[in-house]
Write a protein that binds this ligand. Structure first.
Ligand SMILES: *Cc1c(COP(=O)(O)O)cnc(C)c1O
Length: 496
């Protein structure tokens, strides 16, 4: 039976195929695409425990992307999870201080976004071919740092695609900027804007919604698409690593078949933890989904009270990829806990848009039993990095540290010490300054690349290629434009 996709806001439940949903990204009504049902794993955990990462990924993807052939899926998977990753395991598990860290940062840009963005370009061009689309796909992205680089790395030199990334010229870290402006690939274009991230994002959304521009593009043989985290083509590949983690624990006899585990996820846009929720609903034995927030604790408040309220101060933290007040992917969960009711969801989202908040019913809240939410302050996050390093020698990044701190709170509160997997979402080298500062404040005055070498020495891990490369790489992108000139810049790049 094929799985189709419907919009979370469409009460008529008009279905489209997986490849169409990947091409569209967002539904026309502003909703997100969700599968018409969540398929069950059709291989036993025992069988999965003997598979490689790529084989497990196939077993998951084939159940969700049912209009892709086996050959197409395997081609996409093998093009994504290859030597771009610095370990054959792709997503290794590391045990430290009572929990398993699932390292999702071994890809090209050393953050977990690579897990999905290395396969999305392949899923997208395969989708274009399946739907007889002749145009080149132009990916437009606004980034506050991590997504932009991961998307660039994923789409660079992928035939039939172009990618344009806008970032706030003075709003990303030095390492993040260098990662982007040294990007190779003739189909890539990186543009700094004289404005902030919100302005970059608004500019991109305006281009997406501009019908005249779309017509102009079409005439020239192009069409826009989006690589952001609401695309179902990003969500589905993320389910695979939870299945892989469990299978690995089983294969190494760390759990027995059917034992439940807990999963802890440092959360921003709610994509990563939603993938774990889907994995659980596919039959993977997960007990608790532990949602970890930083000081922007909208989700903690939501799980505690049933009210989602974005009307609050936006706090800049050392875990910037989680500095989010609207967790877009939460909409998918809301739709599911409303009994897949699009009109209930659409009303709540309308309320979020107009008043900045909404409240779910007690009945919906009861469906959230498998979630536990908490948050870590900046101080607690730094403390988690320092303590884990001192106790075990293992060094984690600031985002992962939020999860680690929240996990310790969960254990202290509940006494539940069942086997637990913590999603480790970035290499500490990506956030060297904050990580080293947490270990010892004396490091705060050192230069970035001096700290990189020091981190390598302390953690006894090699400096990742992604960092080594940018020390000396040539700057290939130096375009900076006014916010109002974003569209003109896209046209210039495309030669129209
Ligand atoms: C994007 C990101 C997150 C948040 O993930 P979501 O899927 O948006 O919840 C956490 N940590 C890092 C390092 C990230 O880049």
């Amino acid at each position: 039976m094929g799985i189709n996709y419907v919009s979370t806001r469409d009460s008529k439940k008009q279905e489209i195929t997986a490849s169409q949903a990947i091409l569209k990204g967002l539904a026309d009504d502003g909703g997100l695409f969700v599968p018409t049902s969540i398929p069950k794993l059709d291989k036993s955990l025992e069988e999965l425990s003997k598979m490689t990462y790529q084989q497990v990924a196939y077993e998951v993807l084939k159940l969700f992307l049912t209009d892709f052939t086996e050959e197409e899926l395997k081609h996409c998977i093998n093009s994504a999870y290859d030597a771009k990753f610095d370990t054959e395991e792709i997503a290794p598990l590391v045990f430290a201080d009572g929990a398993y860290y699932l390292e999702l940062f071994h890809g090209a840009t050393i953050a977990f976004k690579d897990m999905a963005l290395s396969i999305l370009p392949h899923l997208m061009i395969t989708s274009a071919r399946k739907n007889n689309i002749k145009n080149d796909i132009v990916i437009l992205t606004a980034t506050s740092g991590d997504t932009g680089k991961a998307a660039l790395a994923g789409f660079a030199d992928v035939k039939g695609t172009r990618i344009v990334v806008f970032y706030p010229k003075n709003g990303v870290s030095k390492i993040q900027e260098r990662q982007m402006i040294t990007q190779k690939g003739d189909n890539t274009h990186v543009v700094g804007i004289k404005g902030n991230f919100d302005q970059a994002q608004t500019g991109v959304k305006q281009m997406f919604n501009d019908k005249e521009l779309a017509a102009e593009l079409d005439k020239a043989g192009f069409q826009f698409s989006s690589a952001n985290s609401i695309n179902i083509g990003r969500l589905v590949p993320q389910i695979a690593y939870y299945v892989y983690a469990y299978a690995k624990l089983l294969g190494e006899e760390k759990v027995s078949d059917g034992d439940t585990i807990n999963v802890v996820v440092p959360t921003g846009n709610f994509g990563n933890i939603l993938a774990a929720y889907y994995a659980k609903n596919m039959g993977l034995p997960i007990e608790k989904l532990i949602c970890a927030s930083n000081e922007n604790k909208v989700l903690y408040d939501f799980f505690s009270t049933g009210e989602y309220n974005r009307n609050r101060e936006f706090i800049l933290t050392n875990s910037p990829s989680m500095d989010i007040l609207i967790s877009s992917n939460l909409e998918r969960l809301i739709y599911h806990i409303a009994g897949n009711d699009a009109s209930v969801n659409a009303d709540l989202m309308e309320s979020l848009k107009t008043t900045g908040k909404y409240e779910i019913t007690p009945q919906m809240r009861a469906e959230l039993d498998c979630f536990y939410g908490n948050y870590a302050s900046e101080e607690e996050t730094g403390e988690a990095i320092r303590k884990l390093y001192e106790d075990t020698g293992y060094i984690i990044d600031t985002h992962t540290a939020v999860a680690s701190s929240v996990y310790n709170k969960y254990k202290a509160q509940t006494g539940d010490d069942k086997t637990t997997v913590i999603a480790s979402t970035a290499s500490p080298f990506k956030f060297t300054r904050a990580v080293m500062g947490a270990i010892d404040s004396a490091y705060e005055t050192e230069e970035d690349f001096v700290l990189v070498d020091k981190l390598s020495e302390l953690g006894k891990v090699k400096v990742p290629n992604a960092i080594e490369e940018i020390r000396t790489a040539e700057v290939r992108h130096d375009t900076v434009v006014e916010v109002d000139d974003m569209c003109a810049e896209v046209k210039r790049f495309l030669g129209i």
